[in-house]
Design a protein around this ligand. Structure first.
Ligand SMILES: Nc1ncnc2c1ncn2[C@@H]1O[C@H](COP(=O)(O)OP(=O)(O)OP(=O)(O)O)[C@@H](O)[C@H]1O
Ligand SMILES: [Mg+2]
Length: 614
């Protein structure tokens, strides 16, 4: 090996083929990168139908066929030389890139590490042209009969860069990347017809001309209704469809965020997406869906990452906040869970039911078993009826040949899965209670299983917060005030929380030294020992504050948790229905303030599957 002290060291430009191979290391990380680059070229070429075929996870073949503008015979060779592009010509163009391509690097890079065959024909040419490269070296270029558009076949990827080939992951991993990339491309340009076949299996086949909602549902959860996000705020305009909370996943694989049609990876925007759900999602759960942002191109720098999957945004903070608010607002506006219209009268076994709000309880019933559920129950005759109060759902029933893909594995879940048009009005009926914990309701062909404790916690939490914001929490005065001695740390916390505690229904005051006097407790806690409840709430706030809760929420959460019906508390039918009625009126019906679900849904189909009914 020559040392740097050797006399003569020639500095020479690298041969073009070697430069391309080096560039390929950046542009083409894996088979999915080839799919991305080639499909983006097809989109830039104005295609409205694009076909993706991948064999052996891309190591044997990646084929992309489009019906775009094609490349003329005199241009085709130039397209394979480095930095040759038809997309930008001026330096200023870089500041407002609207096309996917702008570097003129993808084709020469890919051609240098594979055997590449391209056949292309512009609309004004009588015949097509075929060009073949091997390891970046031109093999043949001949006229050939071809339809208008471009077809490109990349074979033996990385055959001449063994290190790169060796670093490819297991075939299933590469297939998963290819699938995810294809899905992202199909969502970012939802008007274009797309089909993808990976390792001999049809992953999706999506017609052109349908809306974003159909596409997102079709790719992420066929037959399910997604929530539309649409609007402009601050520096962004957003168009998107996002999942109701019950479709959330434990990873971020179902999230697709785009800026000006470009799929990007941005922890900041992913955060805004999930944060918009707030407590709708338990910790560790992530929403699913696609959000397409339009931003002034002069404020987006796409030229920061070789694969262009990262962008620099000049107003990132504002974009984050606007996206967060748009997501939150859309979820608030569009309820996706059936809204219970309380029964006009209760089904037959009403003997044991009494209007909770009227305070008359059957003998033996714990009168305070369900505090805080005070809405009057209607008394006139009629059947228990209910309606979905919601916008017409997205259905994909008219979208042919779509299969559901597990985005984490790239596997097709069930090709025979039928598309079930959703959205017909469905009734919600109380079936009964299980183990004095779970309340069972029928909603159309779904079974809703409601956890009475978490549901009640949610109802109380929102009630208490509302009361704290308005006139203050309902208080129950004690006949004899109680004095409690606190530890030094508790006293500090007490001083800090005093004003807020007194808005929550407690009436407490310092009583000299480390003693506190309790005059009243929140009405919902009135059956518990005032001293014990107060100390429990104080301890709860200490730990909730540590986990970042603000004081109001911490106090409301603690009181709600301490006063909610417990597992094992028996509810009458009327109480159960009253509870669910109140839950459905909550801003967030899906989870308790700790993030645990308030209910789960099982479809008739799920049950049928369990019982082996075709
Ligand atoms: N499917 C296609 N249909 C029509 N023209 C194409 C197609 N693919 C490539 N081209 C032409 O070949 C040129 C080179 O493509 P290449 O992908 O290498 O560069 P680019 O898209 O301009 O930039 P980038 O490297 O950023 O992708 C393009 O500018 C375009 O004119
Ligand atoms: Mg390109």
């Amino acid at each position: 090996m020559k040392s740097p002290t050797d006399k003569k060291r020639w500095i020479r430009p690298l041969p073009e083929r070697l430069i391309n191979k080096i560039a390929a290391g950046e542009v083409v990380e894996r088979p999915a990168s080839v799919v991305k680059e080639m499909v983006e070229n097809s989109i830039d070429a104005g295609a409205d139908r694009i076909e993706i075929i991948v064999e052996k996870s891309g190591t044997r073949l990646i084929k992309i066929v489009d019906n775009g503008c094609g490349i003329g015979e005199d241009q085709i060779e130039i397209a394979f030389s480095r930095h040759a592009t038809s997309k930008i010509s001026e330096f200023d163009d870089l500041d407002r890139i609207m096309s996917y391509g702008f570097r003129g690097e993808a084709l020469p890079s890919i051609a240098s590490v594979s055997r590449l065959r391209m056949v292309s024909r512009p609309a004004d040419a009588d015949t097509g042209i075929e060009i073949i490269f091997e390891g970046g070296v031109l093999q043949t270029k001949n006229p050939i009969a071809a339809p208008v558009g471009t077809s490109i076949e990349v074979e033996n990827l990385f055959f001449n860069t063994p290190a790169r080939r060796k670093f490819l992951k297991a075939e299933t991993t590469e297939a998963r990347h290819v699938t995810r990339t294809s899905m992202a491309l199909a969502m970012g340009r939802y008007k274009i017809g797309f089909s993808a076949r990976v390792n001999g299996r049809k992953v999706f086949s999506l017609p052109s001309g349908l809306g974003l909602g159909e596409r997102v549902a079709g790719l992420l959860a066929p037959g399910k209704k997604f929530v539309e996000v649409s609007g402009a705020m601050g520096p962004i305009q957003v168009e998107g469809f996002i999942s109701p909370p019950d479709l959330a996943r434990s990873n971020r694989n179902g999230q697709f965020i785009f800026i000006n049609g470009r799929y990007i990876q941005s922890p900041t925007l992913a955060h805004a997406f999930a944060a918009g759900y707030g407590e709708l999602l338990p910790r560790g759960n992530f929403p699913v869906g696609a959000l397409l942002l339009t931003v002034d191109p002069t404020e987006v720098d796409v030229n920061v990452h070789p694969a262009k999957t990262e962008v620099r945004l000049s107003r990132e903070r504002e974009i984050h906040d606007a996206l967060y608010r748009l997501v939150k607002e859309s979820l608030r506006q569009q309820g996706v869970i059936p809204h219970l219209q309380v029964p006009s009268s209760l089904p037959t076994s009403t003997a044991s039911t009494t209007a909770i709000s009227q305070g008359s309880h059957p003998p033996g019933d714990n009168q305070n078993v369900i505090p805080g559920i005070t809405r009057p129950m209607p008394t006139s005759a009629g059947q228990m009826k209910e309606i979905y109060e919601r916008t017409p759902p997205v259905t994909v029933s008219d979208t042919p040949a779509i299969v559901q893909v597990d985005t984490s594995t790239g596997e097709i879940i069930d090709e025979s899965q039928p598309f079930e048009p959703t959205g017909a009005p469905v009734s919600l009926q109380f079936i009964g209670s299980f183990n004095n914990l779970y309340l069972l309701f029928q909603s159309g062909s779904d079974l809703l299983i409601i956890d009475q404790h978490t549901a009640h916690e949610r109802v109380l939490f929102e009630d208490i917060l509302r009361q704290m914001d308005n006139e203050g929490g309902l208080a129950q005065h004690l006949l004899l005030p109680v004095q409690v001695d606190l530890g030094a740390d508790q006293m500090t916390l007490f001083d800090e929380a005093l004003a807020t505690l007194n808005k929550s229904g407690f009436e407490v005051a310092p009583f000299g030294g480390q003693t506190v006097r309790i005059e009243a407790t929140p009405a919902v806690l009135s059956r518990k020992s005032p001293e014990k409840s107060f100390l429990a709430v104080l301890n709860d706030i200490a730990s909730l504050k540590k986990s970042g809760y603000d004081l109001n929420k911490a106090i409301a959460q603690s009181i709600a948790c301490r006063s909610a019906v417990m597992a094992g508390d028996k509810l009458s039918d009327r109480e159960a229905i009253g509870l669910v009625d109140s839950l459905l009126k909550c801003e967030n019906r899906y989870s308790c303030p700790h993030g645990r679900p308030t209910f789960i849904k099982m479809s008739r189909e799920d049950l049928d599957k369990q019982f082996g009914r075709g």
